[in-house]
Design a protein around this ligand. Sequence first.
Ligand code: GLY
Length: 354
Amino acid sequence: MPRAINRRLFLGRTAGVGVGALFARAVGLEARSNPGGIGRVPILVTSHSNQTGQRAAEQAWELLSAGGSALDAVELAANVIEVDPEDTSVGYGGLPNENGVVQLDASVMDGATYNAGAVASLEGIKNPSSVARLVMERTDHVLMVGPGALALAKSFGFEEEDLMTERSRARWLEWRENRSESDDWGPPDHLRDRAEARIGGEPAFHYGTVNVLAVDASGDVAGITTTSGLSWKIDGRVGDSPIIGAGLYVDNDVGAAGATGRGEDVIKSCASYFMVERMRAGRTPQQACEDALEMIRRRYERLNLDFMPGEKFVALNRDGDYGCAWSYESRGLPQMTARDSGGLTVYEGVQFGA
Ligand code: GLY
């Protein structure tokens, strides 16, 4: 059974500093927030808190606790989540683009070597994070896209498959019938209010993604971000997940950070790199996540726009402490899963700006 840090326990743990988080929006970067999750190395965290996320963390823990590398552990956990047909945010069963084609983005970064690899708009392969690792380890490149990335995967024996499930196809067909009010054509996201738009009770757009970050027993840090990207996206649109520094960044001296949610803002703000640099400057992982949301919010405030960022950020430092934050008003507190020698923890982070 996972250790669940519910809101009550969470507030109890953070009494005396938690109030600072409530005013983070008003007072900005210097606001004190809660200290976040306290873990021990080796440790693996994922932005997913559902059963698949927990199962992925448990399986990766077997490897990590036996002395396995952070890199192997994050790949194993990401693979478990990517092949889950029920998860419409990533890999097999991920929601398709506007033409009904699933196009996957993923990145991996190895803090021990500062090496990175990524794929974008990859079709037909269930485990894009493993193809990203091939780009990192078996080519002299960082990012490969579309047919080239697919050819690379197939040359290493990956099987090309139909990634649509009955569920994702039904969701896409429903969207297509309602598309006139909810496609991607038009001004950028921050100039219109569509984050909470709904079709048939479901959010009209999904930005779901998964981050997996780990520190191994040797102190090496690694991370993966993998996604099917924005649902119903324009053919060829690439989000933040395969962009090193945006959807993922890892630094062995500091820790790792990843993003889910509205990829366009994450790319424009290099948010994961920003979070790692905030941790380098002494901020806790929890604070670094809130700092990134505040940084994005301020950009639009300067344009006189009443806009709250649509991302969820997750961070882990090399000591094993972690945190997460988002600003969604209607979804309660953001959650993440952590696995270390103390067991499995479903941690609740901070709803920024609440
Ligand atoms: N963060 C996932 C995407 O925007 O594609």
